[in-house]
Design a binder for this molecule. Structure first.
Ligand code: RET
Length: 282
């Protein structure tokens, strides 16, 4: 029978303490699998949408494809870890401390790459001048990365006494507030360069940003409600919902926005320019 190291000091995630029902275990697998499959599938979508855009906006979907690949690989890794972290014994999935233990920390590694990219995409999509794009992207990336690293350190204390989790959660939230202010500044700067008929987009993006990025601290704080199988699964569900919204759906929204901007600025994709030419040679 596999050893179950219940109160092992090395255990820092509720995932390694809780025995899951078959249903909870498979729901967790499914959530991770659907997430990485969606990210891999959309790499192609984003690469294909490049051709319809004015050159200044092409980096937006290209960066989405990079984000898809990075997130897909990370969730593939989390999926593999999930499968190795439980043993099926007497109809239940028990955490296997001596084999491998589950950790959400790889997600934070992924965000270190994707968060600065997602923020840079925003500055590019807003049509800012290049020097301004660089300046704004950097000003958003600094609090973004500090938010993630302080949260990464904090999440290692998600079992037992919650003072470590809470202290670093608060510090991380201060960086999050700083980041939110920087994002708002970028959107306001973008409004000035956005054509009148598209001015509702930056405003809607603001609310979409708050609603989707705001899900991550909820998932972080969840262990405080207890260590149960339902909470373990709920946490994966919240992280995955947030990931799909903040990377994939966000990427689609930005791709549509820059497509409209391109058309408004008079850009015509090469194929269309040819087919609408008045004098076609026979
Ligand atoms: C942490 C720690 C607790 C406090 C706060 C957090 C915020 C995390 C956020 C993450 C966003 C990640 C994204 C990834 C996309 O690839 C670190 C959980 C405020 C906002 C958008």
């Amino acid at each position: 029978e596999p050893q179950i190291a219940q109160a092992d000091a090395a255990i820092s995630a509720i995932e390694n303490l809780v025995t899951l029902t078959s249903q909870q275990y498979h729901l967790g697998s499914l959530i991770l699998m659907v997430s990485y499959a969606a990210f891999f599938a959309f790499i192609l979508f984003f690469l294909m949408s490049v051709q319809n855009l004015a050159p200044r906006y092409r980096l937006v979907p290209i960066l989405s494809a990079v984000v898809m690949a990075s997130a897909g690989l990370t969730l593939l890794q989390e999926f593999g870890l999930w499968k190795e972290s439980y043993a099926y014994v007497d109809g239940l999935y028990r955490p296997l401390a001596q084999n491998d233990s589950f950790s959400n920390a790889y997600r934070y590694g992924n965000w270190t790459i994707t968060v600065p990219i997602l923020l840079a995409q925003l500055a590019i999509a807003m049509g800012l001048r290049q020097a301004e794009v660089h300046r704004r992207a950097l000003r958003m990336a600094v609090p973004g990365v500090l938010m993630i690293w302080t949260g990464l350190y904090g999440q290692f204390g998600a079992v037992g006494d919650f003072s470590h989790l809470n202290l670093w959660g608060v510090i991380s939230s201060i960086f999050f507030l700083w980041l939110i202010l920087e994002v708002r500044q970028t959107l306001i700067a973008g409004l000035a360069t956005t054509p009148d008929i598209l001015k509702s987009w930056p405003n809607n993006l603001w609310w979409f940003f708050l609603a989707t990025w705001g899900l991550y601290p909820l998932a972080y704080a969840l262990p405080q409600l207890g260590a149960t199988g339902d909470l373990v699964v709920a946490r994966q569900a919240i992280y995955s919902l947030a990931d799909i919204a903040s990377k994939l759906i966000y990427g689609i929204i930005l791709a549509r926005f820059v497509l409209r901007r391109s058309a408004f600025e008079g850009y015509m994709p090469a194929a269309e320019a040819l087919s609408s030419a008045p004098d076609k040679p026979n």
